[in-house]
Design a protein around this ligand. Structure first.
Ligand code: HEM
Length: 589
């Protein structure tokens, strides 16, 4: 989400694609990427030239490899696996160096660094270019772009980080001095520089952001909104659109069909999910689906959810310990939503993979390989749900797919594509987030034993405790919108098409809205948290998530009076938009 591919890199990729097409070659290999880089004349071409490569030696080396290529014969070209890995590697390099964009120089370095870089890497080696030398050139080129006081620039910090180890480098006073000078201009800098620490505890970083509750961040070229008042205002304002599924960090409009054909199909499916629609189209879908998710309909599922929970807890109860995420927090909501959709238990493993790939895709910061996985999962999923729809038409069942087929509102019905897209949305939205509610919620209670004791003593506080846990460590930390048009709003000037990052978790810790927001208080009664969003896209599954959260936590607390963390150390997943634990080991006896 935060790293954009630079326009120079796009130019280089376009040149590579055109070159492959002009030669009738089947695949866009790393060799074509290298050709694109050289002829698009960006920073990577500058590195090559500065390290002594000239036109003649480049063409000679290029032609030596070119002779082995197969001519186009069959389907249109696509990126080869090696080329895709190189692009992914470039993304990781940019991120590790603290650069806020991915440029063609990162591609070049990735080719040199990556053993599987294919023919492009071979050409570079034939030309005598080595990683270390190219890397020094990169540092100089970047130094001229982002120069900091005292002569430190982001990439040099990265070099030191590599040399001395991340933890040691972080203590470097100069880095902090540099960061604090720039922090005022670019509040996002601490996140980009100290990413791991921010992921462990993002709340001090959000407190820093809230000093400017809505601002344009020139470093990431996006708006950032983190104050409670500002977040609720943005989520209600129709000029901030949610119709913004993108081709990861690539700009779909600028890339040619042969690269984007697969992704266009994925994005057009996202386009029929209510979450990514605005206005009347969203309202129509939502009103057809929402009948299955009212608190009254959901309350009827209580016995079934309790039964699944008891079953999941029986093994760990015997063992005396539980890995809460894998043993309960993940399988409970996954089983509930799969059963609601009428998916058999044997199919649910495949569905988990498909929906994970999809969740990664919309969670942001995806690599090309992850985009590709999302595409093929979407294709498999479409086939799966289309078959399910055909079966339900022939013999209806007591499940949500059957209900969606027959759902009717003033004579309006859902098309098969809409049913498929929204089943996928429910599947993805319906389990990862609830897993996080149970995991983050239990962790917060175990870290605040006074609140856990209060809850044991007063079980009637459970509904308010779950709301507080959602506020305190929100599963969905960020969402986003795109400006539909140019407009003035609350003293800010928005241009058309700008990305607006909305920090739900930051708003949930806003001291302007909540007293002592960093304290957990299970009887807090101070108005609405924003963990389920706000306005027209307010979470459709909120009643279901609340019920699952309450049952899971109640079962753990009442069955196991000696619950405690096995270790104080916990690990968070790398996602920025979602806050999720990789594991949570808990002693039950
Ligand atoms: C603790 C668990 C959950 C959390 C924290 C959560 C959070 C959210 C948030 C923040 C949004 C709004 C996103 C935005 O405005 O950009 C949303 C929308 C949505 N959620 Fe949830 N969710 C949870 C569980 C569920 C479950 C169990 C379902 C099951 C069906 C579900 C289905 C949906 C759907 C369909 C939408 C889109 C609604 C629309 O666009 O009209 N969610 N959720």
């Amino acid at each position: 989400m935060w790293h954009r591919y630079s326009s120079e890199l796009r130019k280089a990729v376009l040149t590579a694609v055109e070159y492959a097409q002009s030669r009738g070659e089947r695949d866009i290999s790393t060799r074509h990427l290298l050709y694109g880089i050289w002829h698009a004349d960006g920073d990577a071409a500058a590195i090559l030239r500065r390290t002594g490569v000239d036109d003649l030696s480049f063409v000679n080396a290029f032609e030596a490899v070119e002779a082995c290529e197969k001519p186009l014969n069959g389907p249109l070209p696509t990126l080869t696996r090696a080329a895709r890995e190189v692009v992914d590697g470039a993304y990781v390099l940019a991120r590790d160096y603290g650069d806020n964009y991915v440029g063609d120089e990162h591609i070049l370095l990735s080719m040199l660094q990556n053993a599987a870089a294919g023919d492009g890497g071979r050409i570079l080696r034939e030309l005598g270019l080595v990683w270390e030398r190219a890397w020094r050139e990169l540092v100089d080129i970047q130094g001229s772009r982002l120069q900091a006081p005292g002569g430190i620039e982001v990439s040099k910090l990265a070099r030191r980080r590599r040399a001395a180890g991340f933890a040691k480098a972080m203590k470097n006073v100069q880095q902090f001095a540099w960061a604090s000078v720039n922090y005022r201009r670019h509040p996002f800098l601490p996140y980009l520089m100290f990413r791991k620490r921010t992921l462990d505890n993002p709340y001090p970083f959000y407190a820093g952001l809230r000093k400017k509750p809505i601002y344009w961040d020139g470093l990431i070229n996006q708006w950032v909104v983190s104050g409670y008042k500002e977040v609720t205002a943005v989520l209600q304002e129709p000029r901030f659109s949610h119709q913004q599924f993108t081709l990861s960090t690539w700009d779909i409009a600028e890339l040619p069909d042969i690269v984007t054909r697969e992704f266009r199909s994925l994005n057009s499916r996202l386009g029929t999910q209510m979450l990514f629609l605005d206005g009347a189209r969203q309202t129509r879908l939502r009103s057809l689906v929402s009948k299955q998710f009212t608190p009254r309909v959901i309350a009827r599922m209580e016995a079934q959810i309790q039964e699944i929970t008891d079953e999941l807890l029986s093994g760990p109860a015997n063992a005396g310990r539980i890995e809460l995420i894998a043993d309960l927090a993940f399988p409970l909501p996954a089983t509930v939503i799969a059963r609601m959709l009428g998916v058999s238990d044997t199919d649910s493993t495949a569905l988990k993979k498909w929906s994970d790939d999809f969740a990664t895709y919309i969670g942001g910061e995806t690599s090309m390989t992850q985009d590709h996985a999302a595409y093929s999962s979407m294709r498999d999923l479409t086939v799966y749900f289309q078959t399910a729809i055909d079966e339900r038409r022939a013999s209806p069942k007591d499940d949500v797919i059957t209900l969606l087929i027959s759902a009717e509102d003033n004579g309006d019905r859902l098309t098969d594509d809409e049913i498929i897209a929204n089943c996928l949305l429910m599947l993805a939205a319906g389990h990862e987030t609830t897993t996080q509610l149970i995991g983050n919620g239990m962790l917060a209670l175990l870290r605040n034993p006074d609140q856990l004791a209060r809850l044991r003593a007063s079980p009637e506080l459970m509904p308010s405790a779950v709301e507080e846990l959602l506020r305190f460590d929100s599963p969905v930390q960020w969402t986003s919108r795109v400006t539909r048009e140019a407009f003035e709003w609350n003293g800010h000037t928005f241009k058309k098409g700008q990305l607006v990052n909305v920090c739900l978790a930051g708003a949930n810790r806003d001291p302007g809205q909540f007293t002592r927001p960093d304290d957990l208080d299970i009887s807090r009664d101070e108005g609405r948290h924003l963990a389920f969003g706000y306005g027209p896209h307010f979470c459709l599954g909120a009643a279901l998530a609340r019920l699952e959260g309450q049952i899971a936590l109640r079962s753990l607390i009442t069955r196991f009076p000696n619950l405690r963390l096995s270790t104080d150390k916990v690990e968070w997943q790398g996602s920025f938009a979602f806050r999720s634990l990789t594991q949570l080991h808990v002693e039950l006896r």
